[in-house]
Design a binder for this molecule. Sequence first.
Ligand code: NAD
Length: 241
Amino acid sequence: MPFTKNIIVTGSSGQIGQAFVRHLSQSNEGYYIYALDKNKFKNNKKNIQNIEIDITKEDEVLDFFSDINELYGLVNNAGIGVFTPFLSRTLEEFKNVLDVNLVGTFLMTRESIKIMIKKGHGKIINIGSIYGINSSDFRIYGESGRNNSEVYSISKSGVIMFSKYLAAHYACKNIQINTISPGGIKKNQANEFIKKYNSKNPTGRMAVTRDLLPALDFLLDKKNEYINGENIVIDGGFTKW
Ligand code: NAD
């Protein structure tokens, strides 16, 4: 099958990004994936191009886009958090989180939409978080060192609103822009933390990356020309009570 639909995935070397890139590269939709990350991760498939880039640097982003003429989709997945308590937050930490989660997303999106307008279609998926709609519950995180920060929450609210704003402004150009907001993904968190998190989750477990894939497929589907500006929360019901 020819690879005719170019999709950019940022943060492609991370836990979720790797799962997205692997999944899209195996799809029958003819996707060609630009896997963007500031850290190298080698994908050896003919429909994946690995690109080392810092998405917060405008010159690097413009340089990357100078070679892109066709674009079907953009998945703004790169994101960082900070886990120290608010009262010890440094200005640098605060700015770094906003820089990657919002500035990087802004630069990638602006350049992508320019191409999508010319092509008459486009799908953008921004990765938010449940902590962009709710505060983290400190009773779960305790002393685990995994309690995400106020600035992470602000940045992810910003991502959700960014999607809505742009969805309203570019629907007329046949560009659909939605957010996927995952709950906590299982990695190698402490058992005590996992136990508490699971006990609050109606589904009784943390997410795994494959839980996000149906929504990714659904939002990228060419038949979707009407779901726009939504925030799909994938958390097993964690935020529902
Ligand atoms: P991760 O840390 O495993 O991966 C993030 C990737 O982004 C890394 O490979 C990193 O190198 C890359 N990155 C960071 N700054 C960058 C920059 N300036 N330029 C280019 N690449 C950069 O994180 P993850 O868990 O895979 O998270 C992916 C996304 O999902 C993030 O936006 C995160 O906020 C969101 N999210 C994660 C969870 C979770 O529990 N893991 C839950 C909700 C939302």
